[in-house]
Design a protein around this ligand. Structure first.
Ligand SMILES: NC(=O)c1ccc[n+]([C@@H]2O[C@H](COP(=O)([O-])OP(=O)(O)OC[C@H]3O[C@@H](n4cnc5c(N)ncnc54)[C@H](OP(=O)(O)O)[C@@H]3O)[C@@H](O)[C@H]2O)c1
Length: 278
């Protein structure tokens, strides 16, 4: 279902308390939607609800929030049940909660890998298992946040990249299975975005990753939100915010070897410098 007008529609959004999620919440609110946020910290949620209230289009819009850890399947079922009773079945569900902690493959413990998978992939699985059977009756729209790392392997992101590739695969299957129920699916694939999560991520990047990606221009989360809503209005499956990342996606699809050589060049340069102690 392509949604041209969000007035009176309801949007549920995980990871909506800061970063890209908060920017998305505000963008939907500006367009007249009721918005319900889900994340773990009640403090951050309170501030996010207040910030979203400020920009909503009309007074009838409801902005709400629920404390939820998407990695806990039992909580997901319970909390979504509560939210649906209060706000009805959503027209739009955005799975945005996500996490990354870059490091060399051999430094990533199995428990870290499992944690990243639980947040980035299983969380989406739990949420959609609970909500899609209900959304089927009226149709709707689901956005799953992947990443540019959802279609290209980036040095230092073994666990994260595996989770984000999986998000695209899962979404492609669901797109096909729920076509007859009038539910449209998109994957949102941002590049480097100026968010609290990204700032934290930068503290852990191996030097090669910094060398290959550190000079990329950071986008604002608000620009990602604008691109997402624009892509949703067209019902695009892959939504890539920003011109340069779109070129990266084009090269990856048509000349995958070229993109790998470009990355390899940056990584080799960084490793030479590291070997010389520069
Ligand atoms: N920033 C980038 O450069 C970038 C690039 C590509 C893709 N992405 C993806 O975009 C999404 C948002 O990224 P961001 O940079 O905006 O992240 P962020 O600044 O770290 O914000 C993450 C949000 O997710 C929530 N969250 C984290 N773990 C959660 C959990 N287990 N259950 C429920 N909520 C949880 C956080 O709130 P609490 O901590 O209170 O739970 C917060 O609201 C992620 O999926 C990320 O992988 C980001």
């Amino acid at each position: 279902m392509k949604i041209k007008n969000y007035e009176g529609k309801s949007v549920f959004l995980t990871g909506g308390s800061e970063g890209i999620g908060l920017a998305l919440a505000q963008a939907f609110a500006k367009e007249g939607a009721h918005v319900v946020l889900f994340s773990r910290s009640e403090d951050k949620l309170k501030k996010a609800v207040a910030a979203t209230e400020k920009v909503k289009k009309n007074t009838a819009q409801r902005i709400g929030s629920y404390k939820l850890d998407v990695t806990n399947e039992a909580s997901v079922k319970k909390v979504l049940g509560d939210a649906v009773r209060e706000y009805g079945v959503p027209d739009v569900f955005v799975n945005n909660a996500g996490r990354s902690l870059p490091n060399y493959f051999e430094q990533i413990s199995s428990s870290q890998m499992e944690e990243i998978m639980r947040v980035n992939l299983y969380g989406i699985w739990y949420i959609l298992s609970a909500i899609l059977p209900q959304m089927k009756a009226k149709g709707g729209y689901v956005v799953n946040t992947s990443s540019m790392s959802g279609f290209m392997g980036v040095f230092g992101y073994a666990d994260y990249t595996a989770s984000k590739f999986a998000v695209i695969g899962l979404t492609e299957v669901l797109r096909s299975e729920y076509l007859k129920h009038n539910i449209t699916f998109s994957v949102l694939c941002p590049s480097d975005i100026d968010t609290p999560g990204f700032k934290e991520e930068n503290k852990h990047k191996p030097p090669e990753t910094m060398a290959a990606t550190g000079n990329a221009k950071l986008m604002r989360p608000e620009a990602v939100a604008r691109a997402c809503l624009k892509g949703m209005k067209k019902g695009k499956f892959v939504i890539i915010p920003g011109g340069t990342p779109k070129i990266g996606y084009f090269i990856k699809r048509h000349w995958p070897g070229l993109l790998m050589s470009m990355f390899d060049g940056d990584i080799k340069k960084a490793q030479k410098k590291m070997a010389k102690g520069i």
